[in-house]
Design a protein. Structure first.
Length: 206
């Protein structure tokens, strides 16, 4: 995101958000700690959830533990500034080579190898897990994570004929694509403030 976009977020939410840690709590009750509330900025949904109570110490999300762990790891890595958009078309099938040709190697704190390793470990372990994370990033409006995940998917099919694409994109053991991700109904609202906590229903579940 640009500086101008960050300013607009501050205007929407207000200037009362401090730099204290905040817990993101999943539907199972698991807490994931974000070191600084300001680091929610790459996600318009999460940062805006503090509008009702900038002093909130928790945000509750109807989200799976694995997806929230990946999201919080990403936000802690970004430290409040979303990553640059991955350049297209991809220059390589290797994420570290794709990212080194982008602004990652020129802009702090964007260490391209760190982000390449992050998304490689998720996608190489479980394709369905990466697909779910991409949908979660889209829903939480985390543009950098969305494009990073999509770039990883594209490395699986780069240079292969059309007839091979479905085979290469299918999760291990799957015969067809099956959605594993659902979201709160549109218009259902995304934040309720209670007892110094923010409860967000506009989040990913599965």
């Amino acid at each position: 995101m640009s500086t101008e976009e960050y300013k607009s977020l501050d205007e929407v939410v207000g200037s009362g958000i401090d730099s204290s840690p905040i817990d993101l709590v999943t539907k199972s009750g698991t807490k994931f700690v974000l070191a600084n509330k300001q680091w929610l900025k790459p996600s318009l949904v999460l940062f805006s959830a503090l509008e009702g109570d900038p002093t909130a110490s928790e945000i509750e999300l109807d989200a799976r533990d694995d997806l929230m762990r990946f999201v919080v790891t990403y936000l802690n890595m970004c430290q409040g500034q979303d990553i640059p958009e991955v350049p297209k078309p991809l220059s390589s099938k290797v994420m570290a080579e794709v990212l080194v040709k982008s602004p990652f190697n020129n802009t702090e704190p964007f260490e391209h190898k760190k982000f390449a390793t992050y998304i490689d470990e998720i996608g190489d372990a479980d394709k369905q897990q990466l697909y779910d994370l991409v949908m979660c990033a889209n829903f939480l409006n985390i543009k950098g994570l969305l494009h990073l995940g999509l770039a990883k998917v594209c490395t699986w099919i780069k240079g292969y004929p059309i007839g091979d694409l479905k085979h290469r994109l299918l999760p291990a053991g799957a015969k067809d694509f099956k959605p594993h991700f659902s979201m709160a109904a549109p218009g259902g609202g995304h934040s309720l403030v209670a007892n110094n906590r923010v409860e967000s229903t506009a989040a990913a579940s599965g």
